[in-house]
Write a protein of this length. Structure first.
Lengths: 114, 113
C-alpha cells in the first residue's frame, strides 16, 4: 500500500507571497493532519481534516488554512508569507476512527521563505 | 504543552537493547501512550502504542508501569538505522476522536558501532 505523499518536496518563496502544499493520504484513510516543524518550536500541530471538515485546530494565525477534498486529499495554504514560516511541513493520515488512531506521516515539504 | 518527560539524549551500543524511558505522571484513565521516532529530515514514524498492558510488535516493546505514570520503549537489538529522535506522546483515545499528537523534545538516541 502506498504511503502518504506530499508535493512539492521543496519550495522557495519570498516574503509576502502565498503557498499551497498538497497531501495525498494512504488509501482508505479519511483523516489528514498537518504539522509544522522548526528548529526552535519543534513539531507543532496545525489542523486536522476529517470527511472534508476541519475537526481540530492548533494555535496558528489565520494566514494558515487548509481544506480536504472528497477523495480525502488535502491542501494547506499559507498567505502573506513571513520569514518565520520557513519550516518542514508534515502531513499525516489515519483512518480517523477512535480505534485506528495511528498517524502515518509523509516525507514533508521543506518551505524556505526568503 | 507535552505531557511527557524524556531524557534529551542516550547512547546505545549496536546489537544491545535500547531502553528509552518516559514519565507521564499526569496521564488520565483514557489516555494512551504512543511512541514515534524521527530519523533525520524524514517524517515521524509510528512505533507502538498502549493503554495499560505491555505491548510488543515487530519493531519494539512497550512496558507501562502498573500506575501508568511511566513507560519504557525497548528496541531489543539496536542497529545503526535506529539512530533517531524518539518521541513519547500521551494522547486521548476512545470517543475523543483523532486527537492531535503533541510532540515534546523527545530523546535523541545514538546507536554506536
Amino acid at each position: 500500500k502506498a504511503g502518504v505523499t506530499q508535493t512539492p518536496r521543496y519550495l522557495i518563496k519570498t516574503r509576502g507571497q502565498q503557498v499551497t502544499l498538497s497531501c495525498s493520504p494512504i488509501s482508505g484513510h479519511r483523516s489528514v493532519s498537518w504539522y509544522q516543524q522548526t528548529p526552535g518550536q519543534g513539531l507543532q500541530f496545525l489542523f486536522e481534516y476529517f470527511s472534508e471538515t476541519q475537526r481540530n485546530k492548533g494555535n496558528f494565525p489565520g494566514r494558515f488554512s487548509g481544506r480536504q477534498f472528497s477523495n480525502s486529499r488535502s491542501e494547506m495554504n499559507v498567505s502573506t508569507l513571513e520569514l518565520g514560516d520557513s519550516a518542514l511541513y508534515l502531513c499525516a493520515s489515519s483512518f480517523g476512527g477512535s480505534l485506528y488512531n495511528e498517524q502515518f506521516f509523509g516525507p514533508g515539504t521543506r518551505l524556505t521563505v526568503l | 504543552d507535552a505531557k511527557t518527560t524524556q531524557p534529551p539524549s542516550m547512547d546505545c551500543a549496536e546489537g544491545r537493547a535500547a531502553n528509552l524511558p518516559c514519565n507521564h505522571s499526569t496521564i488520565s484513565g483514557n489516555e494512551y501512550v504512543y511512541w514515534y521516532r524521527q530519523i533525520h529530515s524524514q517524517g515521524p514514524q509510528y512505533i507502538i502504542h498502549g493503554l495499560k498492558n505491555n505491548e510488543t510488535n515487530e519493531m519494539a516493546s512497550l512496558i507501562i508501569t502498573e500506575d501508568r505514570k511511566s513507560s519504557t520503549l525497548i528496541l531489543p537489538h539496536a542497529t545503526l538505522r535506529d539512530t533517531a529522535v524518539y518521541y513519547c506522546i500521551v494522547r486521548g483515545g476512545g470517543n475523543s476522536g483523532n486527537t492531535p499528537l503533541v510532540f515534546g523534545k523527545g530523546t535523541r538516541l545514538s546507536v554506536i558501532a
